[in-house]
Design a protein around this ligand. Structure first.
Ligand code: ADP
Length: 206
C-alpha cells in the first residue's frame, strides 16, 4: 500500500502516520524528519535545506524528489509507504506519480486531514510546552512567526495538490479535528475501501 497524508502543519500527519505504519506494517516516510536528520548529521543536503526549514519555506523540489526516490528504493519500503509531508507541491505530486508508475506501485489513497487554522496555533503551543516540560529539544521552526509562514506556504503551494488528486478521483478527506482515535478509525475505513476496490480491479482484469 502506498498512502499519502496531506494536511497543514500540526494537522496530525505525523501521529496518524506512525499509527498507520505500526498497524499495517508500512514504512512511514516523513520528509520533515528526513531533512532534520540530514541537518543534524551536517550533510551537504542538510546544509542546503537548513535555511528553508528555519524560515518555513519549502526545500526545492529537485532536492526532495531525489531524496524520496532513493529512499523508496530501499528494502524497508517494500511492503508499502506512508508519505507524511510529501508531496507538498504539484510538481512533487507529478514526480511521485512518475516514480510509482515506473515501480508499478500506484497510490492506494490520498488522505487529507482537514483542520481549523485557529486550532493549529493552539496545538503548536501545546506541543512546544509539552516538549519543554519533557526537556526535549524544540524544533527550530516551531515558533509563531515561522508557523504563520508555514501555513501560508501550505495554502499557496501545497493546497493546489488537493484538486490535482481530486481530479484523479483519489482524494479522501478526514476531519482532523476529531480525537486521535476517531481520526484513525476514519482513515482505516478509507483504506479498507480502497483495498477492496483495488482487489476488485485485479479480479476484474482476470
Ligand atoms: P510541518 O508539517 O509540521 O510543517 P515537516 O516536519 O513536515 O513540518 O516539515 C518541516 C520543514 O521541512 C518544512 O517547513 C519545509 O521547509 C521542509 N520540508 C518537509 N517536507 C518537504 C517537502 N516535501 N518539500 C519541501 N520542503 C519540505
Amino acid at each position: 500500500m502506498m498512502i499519502v497524508l496531506i494536511g497543514p502543519p500540526g494537522a496530525g500527519k505525523g501521529t496518524q502516520g506512525k499509527r498507520l505504519a505500526e498497524k499495517h506494517g508500512l514504512k512511514q516516510l516523513s520528509t520533515g524528519d528526513m531533512l532534520r536528520a540530514e541537518v543534524a548529521a551536517g550533510t551537504d543536503l542538510g546544509k542546503k535545506a537548513q535555511s528553508f526549514i528555519d524560515s518555513g519555506n519549502l526545500v526545492p523540489d529537485d532536492v526532495i524528489v531525489d531524496m524520496i526516490s532513493g529512499r523508496i528504493a530501499q528494502d524497508d519500503c517494500r511492503s508499502g509507504v506512508i508519505f507524511d509531508g510529501f508531496p507538498r507541491t504539484v510538481d512533487q505530486a507529478k514526480a511521485l506519480d512518475k516514480m510509482l508508475t515506473e515501480k508499478k506501485r500506484p497510490l492506494s489513497a490520498v488522505i487529507e486531514l482537514t483542520v481549523d487554522i485557529k486550532e493549529l496555533v493552539n496545538r503548536l503551543q501545546t506541543r512546544v510546552a509539552q516538549m519543554k516540560a519533557a526537556g526535549q529539544p524544540i524544533r527550530t521552526d516551531d515558533n509563531e512567526q515561522t508557523l504563520i509562514n508555514r501555513l501560508k506556504v501550505y495554502r499557496e503551494q501545497t493546497a493546489p495538490i488537493l484538486p490535482y488528486y481530486k481530479d484523479r478521483g483519489m482524494l479522501k478527506a478526514v476531519d482532523g479535528m476529531a480525537s486521535i482515535g476517531e481520526v484513525s478509525v476514519a482513515i482505516d475505513a478509507i483504506l479498507v475501501d480502497s483495498d477492496l476496490k483495488s482487489q476488485c480491479q485485479v479480479s476484474g482484469k482476470r
